[in-house]
Write a protein that binds this ligand. Structure first.
Ligand SMILES: Nc1nc2c(ncn2[C@@H]2O[C@H](COP(=O)(O)OP(=O)(O)OP(=O)(O)O)[C@@H](O)[C@H]2O)c(=O)[nH]1
Ligand SMILES: [Mg+2]
Length: 433
């Protein structure tokens, strides 16, 4: 019932038409570059690129007759199996084009769904993609059905073809219900984990940004992880959360997640809502930008729109201008401005991260205190809590049972601690016992 994935190598022709009435702020050249990357990411072999201009899309075929002829000749010349369009096509436009071109037609939504399908590895990721694909498919089936119904004169004249469609529709809807139930269960489990995180007082810092900006590369630096980072679109699909490695930022969890793209299919946003909802509990967002990309301003605006849609634009944010090595900046820290929360780095070359860590701790903890405190013997539970937060570097006890802890902790947390009777600040230097 599912569509055949296009990820197996297939001979493809890609088509981008500049439609004046649909013009966006992204330039056509940049849009075409991204579209090519997307197509390549799906695994097809691109044999020819066709572009063109049109005032408005035509409702039946999207394209004008002459353009269709041109594409058709290219399909024949290249023995192409698939034609990919950088547009949203309605189900009937897709069908009409398939008939006219005698090749499989995939639109931008289908393309992105396909890439996601080939990348999903986790249980949740796979379910989310299948849900998006089925939703996409079900609207097409429903419309195909009404289309046929009209042709045949409506109810009462329904032939075997429609019955099959109805069966498909029912099966698809059943499957959608099952997937939604399973996703709900998985996300509930994650919520429980989030609750235990809150109890353990870890802060959550989420990396967000356009696809290919370098989120995973930075995440790996911050957490000493080896998540898959690659020069292709949507290398990451599943969220991963890991603890930081830097002792100066002791109680932080970093979370890497799926990247954004302009015109992200609504089915995908819906299906990934559960994953993206996790972002809502973040204490801080790191908005990672590929500053070497000529189109970065447009991409930043697209991410901002999505953050707004997801209801997380109010969470404190640091704007991270990544890949500054490609701009030839040797010391990115010099360009950073902590007052405007704008930090320049090269995640790949590991430059500028010190300042980033400092900014993170400033925002989350109002700076970090490093030094000694004393605890009376009765405060064993506070001592355990500090250990569970990963704050304690060293410990001594004197003959009276007074405990001395060398800790690393946010100034705001320290202020809370100092309200406790029997807990006192010693200072930066090790106390003499
Ligand atoms: N030159 C340079 N390349 C970088 C830098 N950071 C990341 N890259 C490269 O950019 C590409 C994309 O990096 P990823 O970390 O996978 O990007 P991402 O934002 O996680 O991408 P998706 O998961 O696909 O959304 C990889 O080829 C990285 O090696 C950098 O600072 N400088
Ligand atoms: Mg990634």
């Amino acid at each position: 019932m599912m569509e055949v994935p296009i990820s197996t190598p297939q001979k493809a022709i890609i088509v981008q038409i500049e439609v004046a009435s649909l013009q966006k702020e992204q330039s056509a050249i940049n849009a075409f570059t991204e579209f090519k990357e997307l197509s390549k990411s799906s695994g097809v072999t691109i044999l020819e690129e066709i572009s063109g201009k049109q005032d408005v899309p035509l409702s039946s075929n999207f394209l004008k007759k002459g353009k269709i002829e041109e594409i058709k000749r290219s399909v024949e010349r290249n023995s192409a199996e698939i034609v990919i369009f950088n547009h949203s096509l309605s189900p009937s436009q897709e069908r009409n084009l398939e008939n006219a071109l005698n090749a499989r037609v995939v639109d931008r939504t289908g393309l992105i769904l396909d890439i996601f399908a080939s990348r999903a590895t986790s249980h949740i990721g796979k379910l989310q993609v299948e849900l998006a694909q089925l939703t996409h498919l079900s609207t097409r089936l429903i419309r195909a059905w009404t289309h046929l119904e009209r042709q045949k004169g409506g109810i009462g004249l329904r032939g075997p073809g429609e019955t099959q469609l109805e069966t498909d529709k029912r099966l698809i809807n059943n499957r959608i219900k099952t997937i939604k139930a399973r996703l709900n269960k998985s996300h509930k489990q994650k919520k429980i984990n989030q609750y235990s995180r809150m109890k353990s007082q870890n802060k959550l810092v989420a990396l967000v940004g356009y696809t290919n900006a370098g989120k995973t590369t930075l995440f790996n630096r911050l957490t000493n992880n080896k998540q898959y980072a690659a020069d292709k679109l949507f290398a990451t699909l599943d969220s991963v959360t890991r603890k930081n490695i830097d002792p100066e930022l002791s109680s932080i969890l970093f979370s890497d997640t799926v990247g954004f793209i302009s015109d992200l299919p609504t089915q995908l946003i819906e299906s990934f809502k559960g994953t993206l909802d996790e972002l809502k509990s973040a204490d801080l967002l790191l908005h990672v930008v590929d500053i070497s990309d000529p189109d970065y301003r447009f991409k930043v605006s697209q991410v901002d729109i999505l953050l707004e849609e997801l209801g997380i634009s109010e969470i404190p944010q640091i704007r991270i201008n990544n890949k500054s090595d490609l701009k030839g900046y040797k010391d990115p820290a010099l360009r950073s401005n902590q007052d405007t929360q704008e930090i320049w780095i090269s995640a790949e070359k590991n430059q500028g991260l010190e300042l980033l860590r400092e900014s993170i701790s400033k925002i989350l903890f109002e700076g970090i205190f490093k030094g000694w405190i004393s605890l009376e013997a009765s405060l064993g539970s506070i001592r355990s809590k500090l250990y569970s937060m990963g704050c304690v570097l060293e410990e001594n006890t004197n003959d009276d049972g007074l405990m001395f802890l060398n800790i690393n902790i946010g100034n705001n947390e320290l202020n809370n601690l100092l309200d406790i009777d029997g807990l006192n600040l010693v200072g930066e230097n090790e106390p003499l016992i």
